[in-house]
Design a protein around this ligand. Structure first.
Ligand SMILES: [Zn+2]
Length: 173
């Protein structure tokens, strides 16, 4: 596993552990063995999902076995990163203090264009040029564009050294 990773480069899991699992009071992803590649590709700016090497079924969250044909062989398939908001909530306190500072802010469930059976949860941003926008930027600047079915594009915010998380940029007007 991870045979294509240079030995000198820490894994995302090691980077998360080095940061204590949290930065500025905000939680970092906590990869497991199956999920580590997802986060490594995210750090490269790629949204990839597991694809069964035998039947081609794409799956998320990462896991060792294909739910369709029970094969243990899989590859990480690049997606376009495009999708649509399938649902969303607007988070209000009680929240952890670092999150409460930005509330209310939206969190979306996004259906991928390439694999509509796959839905990912994430924070939104008003523009693909601003992966680092505050959590509440959409509420403040683009509330009218926030709706179920709105087109979005995955962008990647570096949240700690060696750790990046996908966010969803609203692409429609
Ligand atoms: Zn399969």
């Amino acid at each position: 596993m991870n045979a294509d990773k240079p030995a000198s480069e820490p894994s995302v899991t090691e980077a998360v552990h080095a940061a204590g699992g949290m930065v500025g009071g905000m939680l970092l992803p906590w990869p497991d063995v199956d999920g580590e590649p997802f986060w490594r590709y995210a750090l490269q700016g790629e949204l990839r999902v597991q694809s069964c090497a035998d039947c081609g079924l794409r799956r998320f969250p990462p896991r060792p076995c294909c739910p369709g044909c029970h094969s243990f062989d899989s590859r990480w398939q690049l997606t376009s990163g495009r999708g649509r908001i399938w649902s969303f909530v607007v988070a209000h306190p009680p929240l952890l203090p670092a999150y409460a500072e930005h509330a209310p802010y939206p969190v979306a469930v996004v259906e991928l264009d390439d694999a509509p059976a796959i839905r990912l949860v994430g924070a939104l941003t008003p523009s693909a040029r601003r992966p680092d926008a505050p959590l509440d930027a959409v509420t403040a600047e683009a509330g009218a564009r926030l709706r179920i079915g709105a087109p979005v594009q995955a962008v990647f915010q570096t949240v700690a050294p060696g750790v990046a998380v996908p966010r969803w940029a609203l692409t429609g007007s």
